[in-house]
Design a protein around this ligand. Structure first.
Ligand code: ADP
Length: 296
């Protein structure tokens, strides 16, 4: 296990910002930390990056009860760049700050610029960079020393759609090389890259587990049914249908009591000679699941 967090708590004075945080991250796992503003995401990431001391609880990193900062790359929500530096100068500066050996540093920085797609812009001043380019440079800085865990605080939230796509694509590539823990309140972005989700609300973990489990683990079973002719009334009146939402005269969303009852519905359609054009399980989006968990 790369990171193992047990019952972490953080108080700021009398305010408890995080309580009972227990989570585990394996090598090469990509975990999204979701939650509304003020739910404790930045506090959590700062504790796991070793920048903030927890009030209580334990963090074990690679089996030791001590965070090894050399194995962690961190990109804050608002990274500070010097606009007058070039991208190459900035990376070399960051490398020296984190005590990377001088020998070969320039080459490592150059490789990193290449990896994040900024090779051409290496000698340009950061002041002229777009938001997406700056964020890619921030990623290059965070992973310069080839850490085992990359911690990214809201890496895409402030970007326009092109910048967001750029950074998400980078993250897709990066997760093959290292574990990533990132926070976001943009659910669609989380859905594209993460394997697992930790949902926070008011300083507590409301749900954690694999993304697919969250999306499919709902009790209700909703199907979309489309028929050749207008849907007859009896469909909505069946005892096994909990909810009937008419989408068009020929299409409805049906929520069954149990998954297995879809066969009852199909049998009834056949017995009543109702020609089915489409019958499929409705895919729940992460947003549906998120709203359900957060509003509990
Ligand atoms: P998020 O990143 O999810 O928006 P934060 O971790 O920034 O949440 O904040 C969690 C809670 O802790 C909020 O209520 C916030 O106001 C409070 N908080 C954060 N940092 C401090 C601080 N340095 N001093 C006091 N309260 C803080």
């Amino acid at each position: 296990m790369l990171l193992s967090v047990n019952d972490l708590k953080k108080r700021y004075g009398s305010h408890t910002a995080m309580e009972g945080l227990t989570l585990q991250i394996e090598e090469n796992q990509c975990v999204a930390l979701l939650g509304p503003n003020g739910s404790g995401k930045t506090t959590t990431l700062n504790m796991l990056a070793g920048l903030l001391s927890p009030t209580s609880g334990t963090i074990a990193f690679m089996g030791k009860e001590k965070i090894d900062r050399r194995e962690i790359g961190y990109l804050p929500q608002y990274p500070a760049f010097f606009p007058w530096m070039t991208a190459m100068e900035y990376l070399q500066f960051a490398g020296k700050l984190s005590h990377m050996p001088k020998n070969g540093l320039r080459q490592t920085c150059s490789d990193m610029l290449e990896f994040v797609g900024l090779a051409e812009a290496g000698n340009r001043k950061i002041g002229g960079f777009s938001g997406g380019m700056k964020q890619r440079l921030g990623l290059a800085q965070a992973m310069l020393h080839d850490p085992k865990l990359l911690i990214l605080d809201e890496p895409v939230s402030a970007l326009d759609p092109a910048g967001r796509r750029d950074v998400l694509e980078m993250m897709m590539k990066l997760k093959k090389r290292m574990a990533i823990l990132f926070s976001t309140h943009v659910l669609h972005d989380a859905e594209q890259v993460c394997d697992d989700i930790v949902m926070l609300k008011d300083g507590h973990v409301k749900w954690s587990g694999p993304l697919e489990e969250l999306k499919n683990g709902r009790k209700d079973e909703t199907f979309i049914l489309t028929t050749e002719e207008a849907l007859p009334e009896w469909v909505g009146e069946k005892e096994y249908i909990l909810e009937y939402v008419s989408v068009t005269p020929k299409t409805a969303e049906l929520t069954l009591r149990h998954l297995k009852e879809r066969n009852l519905l199909l049998r009834d359609c056949m017995e009543n000679d109702l020609a089915i054009v489409r019958f499929e399980r409705k895919n729940h989006t992460l947003e549906d699941a998120y709203m359900e968990v957060v509003n509990q």
